[in-house]
Design a binder for this molecule. Structure first.
Ligand SMILES: Cc1cc2nc3c(=O)[nH]c(=O)nc-3n(C[C@H](O)[C@H](O)[C@H](O)COP(=O)(O)OP(=O)(O)OC[C@H]3O[C@@H](n4cnc5c(N)ncnc54)[C@H](O)[C@@H]3O)c2cc1C
Length: 595
């Protein structure tokens, strides 16, 4: 990350989006201070400043987004190689990431005005209605599906051809949700083939999630719409919102048990700013947990070990879930001549010309379609509550002649050379097999009291063997789906080359797929739980149902870190919804006017 070009020259000053005066004359105190401009923080800052009387300071470590590069969906994997990524790594894995460099997976996390939505894959999924009903009945009133749906809708400006008018979508919000402008023949085959194995074509953001579908994206006319572009840029004229980039918040300041402001560092100087009403932490699952602990809120033994004065003993960082995933299975498609053979054909002038008109493969996030279904290892008995997902991509890492994909996934040389490289001149594609309800739980702690240090992660993929078995089931289902006629017509065949490390096993056997998953482990990037929401009686909870930190005043957490269990969907939609709901709760609790 230190060597990223953007760290030496700040291109965002000239090429970045404009969100208002980048060096506003600061007030001594603001009504609200929001820490972190990811999707949740951007929504909170936007909604609270609808009232021109209310002042908000939004502090963000990263920089303005550069649309020229970051809004190109087809360049998705390269975004994580820039300094818009914190560049975290897992600890060395025992049963996972075996084909990756040092047996460590990349835990990319975005930073900048938009947070991870600047570097994410733009897939928009709301999970399952049962997630929210479960949160609601486990001590979080107000979070049932019926109660959160209006907040999903509030953000949304949907253009979805087949399902736009089914009652689960809205028009006119800040956040565009669109179909991809480009669809490969593979995703069409996915929908038809899934139907043949009993997975109907559905709006997975609609009434029921089980089935297959074209993905919906945070795109506008083939360009990425980050949270910054969607929620901050359009309100750049508001004088009551001050946005500071490159501002690293290092501490929340307390008087007794009441949050009174923050300390932040910017341009090597330290500043203190006061909050008259509240401090809202939207630093993301890792950022908010880290900041709470640095401020004395966390497990008291851990804080004392580091010499941090304890403000409140709470289980911050003690819960950490992800969606464990696998790169694969991989398939070849001998009858497919769609021009997406490899990076040579993909990064072509005709494709670039098409992209400029919001079309063609470069306008696509590379992932195209989903199938959501249940494995026999599902945690919850409800038959309509899928625990696994297949995400179909129209390419594979072997298509990339640049080091981008290899670095993004951390694929080691041996695996790249022997397994993926032979596919460069063949038309091949892959699935990502994803486990939604992981039972493997990890934790996050501080490495030191230095706010710039990465957190210490304790998370071992497949710690619970059930997670691995569920993923193997998903991979076998991918093989079943691709053996149906619509895929066969495209000449689709399972790629039979064995992975290094799995060569002693019979190809396509149960043991082989277990080995594949352990070798080519992928990360869901859906980290949740470090600031878990739950009632005071829940000894694992950090915030209550109104997102107030237990036992403290004037302090809330509003980001995906509050999600109590591994969710049924990718998490950006959750973040936008949490931001919308948090903003309303803050207004209610502060008797603030809103439109
Ligand atoms: C590579 C990748 C791909 C993904 N793909 C998808 C996808 O396709 N679909 C999907 O639904 N989800 C996806 N996600 C996940 C999704 O983007 C996140 O869940 C979502 O962005 C979380 O939103 P958030 O507001 O909670 O926090 P974040 O997006 O993490 O934003 C937090 C912000 O706070 C800032 N911050 C943190 N600490 C401080 C501090 N101390 N001071 C000042 N600022 C601070 C950070 O710099 C960051 O900008 C992906 C994530 C990644 C990393």
């Amino acid at each position: 990350e230190e060597s990223a070009l953007g760290n030496l020259i700040d291109f965002s000053r000239v090429l970045g989006l404009y969100y208002g005066d980048p060096e506003p004359e600061l007030l001594e105190a603001y009504d609200y201070i929001v820490v972190g401009a990811g999707p949740a923080g951007s929504v909170v800052a936007n909604r609270l400043t609808e009232d021109p009387e209310v002042t908000v300071l939004l502090l963000e470590i990263g920089k303005a987004e550069i649309p020229l590069i970051q809004q190109v969906p087809g360049l998705f994997v390269t975004q994580a190689l820039t300094d818009y990524n914190f560049g975290y790594l897992t600890e060395r894995q025992r049963k996972a990431c075996l084909g990756l460099v040092d047996q460590r997976c990349a835990w990319h996390q975005g930073r900048g005005l938009g947070g991870s939505t600047i570097i994410n894959d733009m897939l928009y999924t709301r999970g399952n209605r049962r997630d929210f009903d479960y949160w609601n009945v486990t001590g979080n009133p107000g979070w049932s599906y019926e109660e959160v749906l209006p907040y999903f809708l509030k953000s949304e400006d949907a253009k979805i051809k087949d399902f736009g008018n089914n009652g689960f979508h809205n028009k006119g919000g800040f956040l565009p949700i669109e179909d991809a402008a480009y669809r490969s023949p593979l995703v069409k085959a996915l929908i038809k083939s899934s139907e043949k194995v009993g997975l109907p074509y559905v709006d997975y953001n609609g009434y029921e999630q089980t089935g297959s579908s074209y993905a919906q994206f945070t795109l506008r006319k083939g360009r990425r719409m980050s949270a910054g572009a969607a929620f901050l840029q359009p309100i750049s004229e508001r004088k009551n919102l001050h946005i500071l980039t490159r501002a690293w918040v290092s501490k929340v300041l307390f008087e007794g048990n009441s949050a009174e402001g923050v300390t932040y560092m910017r341009n090597k100087k330290t500043y203190h700013t006061k909050a008259k009403r509240e401090v809202i932490l939207s630093g993301g699952t890792f950022g908010s947990a880290k900041l709470l602990m640095l401020s004395g809120i966390g497990p008291q033994d851990h804080l004392r070990e580091l010499g941090i004065k304890v403000v409140r003993n709470l289980p911050v960082g003690e819960t950490l879930y992800d969606h464990p995933a696998v790169l694969g299975p991989v398939f070849t498609a001998s009858n497919l001549n769609d021009g997406n053979e490899n990076s040579n054909s993909f990064l072509s002038l005709p494709n670039l010309m098409q992209y400029l008109q919001g079309q063609g493969p470069m306008s696509s996030a590379l992932a195209e379609g989903f199938a959501f279904f249940r494995s026999p290892f599902a945690l919850y008995p409800d038959p309509n509550w899928p625990d696994v997902e297949l995400l179909q991509l129209f390419i594979n890492p072997g298509d990339d002649a640049t080091p981008a994909a290899m670095k993004y996934f951390r694929i080691n040389n041996e695996t790249m050379e022997q397994y993926f490289k032979p596919l460069y001149h063949k038309r091949a594609f892959m699935f990502l097999s994803v486990l939604l309800h992981s039972t493997t739980k990890g934790s996050l702690r501080l490495k030191s009291t230095n706010p710039f240090d990465h957190p210490e992660f304790r998370y071992q993929y497949f710690d619970d063997d059930r997670d691995l078995e569920a993923l193997v089931y998903a991979m076998k289902t991918a093989v079943k789906i691709t053996s149906q006629k619509p895929f066969r017509d495209l000449g689709v065949k399972l790629y039979q080359n064995k992975l290094p490390g799995c060569k002693h096993l019979t190809f396509n056997s149960h043991e082989y797929w277990r080995c594949h998953a352990m070798t080519l482990t992928y990360v869901g990037y859906h980290f949740v739980g470090t600031c878990k929401m739950g009632p005071r009686t829940d000894r694992t909870a950090v915030v209550d149902h109104r997102l107030r930190v237990h036992g403290l005043r004037k302090l809330r957490v509003a980001d995906v870190g509050i999600i109590p269990e591994a969710p049924s969907g990718h998490t950006q939609a959750y973040a936008y919804m949490i931001g919308e709901k948090a903003a309303d709760m803050i207004k209610q609790d502060n008797y603030q006017r809103w439109r």
